[in-house]
Design a binder for this molecule. Sequence first.
Ligand SMILES: Nc1ncnc2c1ncn2[C@@H]1O[C@H](COP(=O)(O)OP(=O)(O)O)[C@@H](O)[C@H]1O
Ligand SMILES: Cc1ncc(COP(=O)(O)O)c(N)n1
Length: 267
Amino acid sequence: MKHLLTIAGSDSSGGAGIQADLKTFAAHGTFGMSVITAVTAQNTQGVTMVQDIDAEVIEAQINAVFDDIRVDAVKIGMVSRPEIIKTIADRLRYYKPQIVVLDPVMISKSGYPLLAPEACATLVQELLPLATLVTPNLPEAEVISGMKVTMKEEMRPVAERILELGAKAVLVKGGHLNGSADDLLFDGSTERWFMGDRIDTKNTHGTGCTLSSSLAANLAQGLSLADAVAASKAYVTEAIEYSLPIGGGCGPTHHFVDLYRKAGWLK
Ligand SMILES: Nc1ncnc2c1ncn2[C@@H]1O[C@H](COP(=O)(O)OP(=O)(O)O)[C@@H](O)[C@H]1O
Ligand SMILES: Cc1ncc(COP(=O)(O)O)c(N)n1
């Protein structure tokens, strides 16, 4: 069995962050572990409070995991502040995990900042070069590249810029496009598109977390980059199709569609 580690924030409502990551890891038949970078008080309607975890506690969590257990892949999500980012980067440079999927979380779907503005440059400098794959949505790709990207035609030049900044491969996600939800994978030589019909739902809380964790699991299980993206895109699409209309705002994705289908639990 593969061992997966998420380094991310906790979402009290269970739809995004650590909770989404661990469910996704389990759904892929992998063993999930977590380093918590922040505790958020949030639900389907918004984030009300955030407590960042001290960098030394984050460091101790990372050491505790790596000093004892083999880590086959790491997924990074919410990382809040420059000193937290520097600590994570330092530990990853030390332990050298083979696979690092970086989801550069900046603002929640509900509009709350989850990365301090002054931390963006640190994230690019410290974490991008350590990433096997970075998975920005369009607003995140704009911040990282300093280029405008709202349309499909603008995604390739932005992907090139993000690779110049140090990532080995980038998946620019099209969830914020008008029209279909098409994602672009670029590894410096080959451009591959992963098409997705837009599902008409407001329940997309945690889509990015679900996709990046699925990618980490699929890469750990030996899939090539392109095959991992194809499989993870299919997984997140189904997770959105069967998303849960719970709470008064944007509900969460469904992580166990396959299991529920086999058990006869799906409506
Ligand atoms: N309404 C939707 N229908 C189908 N796919 C979607 C929809 N919204 C997002 N996606 C897909 O979900 C994945 C996560 O993308 P996105 O929502 O842009 O990430 P983030 O949560 O970081 O904003 C991508 O593969 C994207 O294409
Ligand atoms: C702890 C945490 N991490 C990540 C997200 C982003 O997810 P989304 O973009 O769906 O709000 C979030 N809302 N909370």
